[in-house]
Design a protein around this ligand. Structure first.
Ligand SMILES: Cc1ncc(COP(=O)(O)O)c(C=O)c1O
Length: 400
């Protein structure tokens, strides 16, 4: 029995079976490389699902975390904490927002967005609006409210009744969105680039029309940038590729490069909706994670990781399309949030994905036939080139 097989058997006994695991158990990682418990090396094109944007075990960050862990880890939100303010200042410099709420995950960031939208409508604007409109193939999290926002039957199965107050409109269809709007609509929540949904992008006209519709009808325009945010798309925020100014932004994933930290950002006007006691979390924005978050943002800015993501994303797209494989329809996305749309069946896509893992390439397969790439923003061109070489080899083998 290998160490991996032993671990797998142990897990069967000990953990709730909520995860469909990859056939790998990682024991250590550095940059974009990972090693499994049996010593095999992998190239990581997933980075913990868009989390370790600075690569694994970044030394500067490890040092800051180590120092902070000896100084102050957690005191709760009953206390003022300078570390939160340092990170808030850095975050607010990246966009047009005025205020931040810190939490622990993407789902919690979206919960905060949903709550502030409802409370703003009901306590500041004195309306009875509560409905949140989301879109087909969305992914907003796994709490009961964010599951209802996600709206996909496969995730809702067995969790009835579905939390009330969520309506879904077809993706990228302004007429469908107009039809979904009622006098109960509080907000629209949209991923500017859908990740889990298959790396789906929006046209500038559509995004501007969504904002216009929201403004005309007194609806909040909220963007879920949990996955696409923080330089991954080639700008600080994916919405900055468009001529819009959302009312609320949510983020998590890369914010502390692997420590649990999320945030919801909004304007002074909308922030009036929250007063002491209206929302809270014990862990949210503790000293350790926010100290790490501030360092992450400092490195992203200093090392121009947005520009780097843009450049490497173009490199990926050009070189993958240059393979001219009949198996590849297109490469979608922005920066280093990319989806390779395969032309084959889901079964063949799974076989290709398995062969990539065997060759030491860790990548995600989503929506059956989309290979999703979410590498660290620090990955090298050479490492991406290695992946393209392996992909070429496997595609040629399959074509034969
Ligand atoms: C766009 C988006 N929103 C929300 C979430 C939920 O984040 P978390 O898993 O941290 O709760 C995810 C996670 O994949 C996501 O991609």
């Amino acid at each position: 029995m290998t160490r991996f097989e032993a671990l797998k058997a142990r897990e069967e006994k000990l953990l709730c079976r909520t995860y469909g695991r990859y056939p790998v158990s990682v024991s250590r990682a550095k940059g974009s490389k990972m090693w499994d418990v049996d010593g095999k090396e992998y190239l990581d094109l997933l980075s913990g699902i868009a989390v370790t944007a600075l690569g694994h075990c970044n030394e500067e960050l490890a040092e800051v975390i180590g120092e902070q862990a000896k100084k102050l880890i957690h005191v709760s939100n009953l206390f003022y904490q300078e570390e939160q303010l340092d990170l808030a200042e850095r975050l607010l410099k990246t966009c047009h927002m005025d205020k931040v709420f810190f939490c622990n995950s993407g789902a919690e960031a979206n919960e905060a967005a949903i709550k502030i939208a409802r409370r703003y409508q009901q306590r500041v604007k004195n309306t009875e609006r509560y409905e949140i409109i989301t879109f087909s193939h969305a992914f907003h999290g796994r709490t009961l409210a964010t599951l209802a926002a996600t709206g996909q039957e496969k995730y809702l199965d067995g969790f009835s009744p579905r939390t009330d107050g969520f309506v879904q409109a077809a993706w990228h269809d302004i007429e469908a969105l107009k039809k979904a709007v009622t006098d109960k609509t509080a907000a629209v929540l949209i991923e500017i680039i859908q990740g889990e949904g298959g790396v789906n992008c929006l046209s500038p006209e559509y995004v501007e029309q969504v904002q216009e519709l929201c403004r005309k009808n007194g609806i909040l325009f909220m963007v879920d940038e949990v996955q696409a945010g923080l330089c991954r798309s080639g700008k600080w925020w994916a919405f900055q590729h468009y001529d819009v100014r959302p009312d609320v932004i949510t983020n998590a994933k890369a914010l502390a490069n692997g420590l649990p930290l999320g945030c919801m950002m909004t304007t002074d006007e909308i922030a009036k909706a929250f007063v002491p006691g209206s929302h809270a979390t014990t862990f949210g924005g503790g000293a350790l994670v926010t100290k790490a978050g501030a360092k992450v943002l400092e490195i992203m800015e200093r090392d121009k990781l947005a520009e780097r993501a843009e450049h490497l994303g173009n490199y990926l797209e050009t070189n993958i399309m240059a393979l001219k494989s009949p198996w590849i329809k297109e490469v979608r996305g922005f920066g280093l949030l990319r989806g390779i749309q395969l032309t084959c069946s889901e079964e063949s896509a799974k076989t290709l994905w398995n062969s990539l893992i065997e060759e030491g390439i860790v990548i995600n397969l989503t929506q059956g036939t989309v290979l999703r790439l979410l590498p660290a923003l620090t990955i090298s061109e050479q490492e991406l080139g290695h992946f393209i070489q392996i992909l070429d080899k496997l595609l040629k083998r399959i074509e034969k």
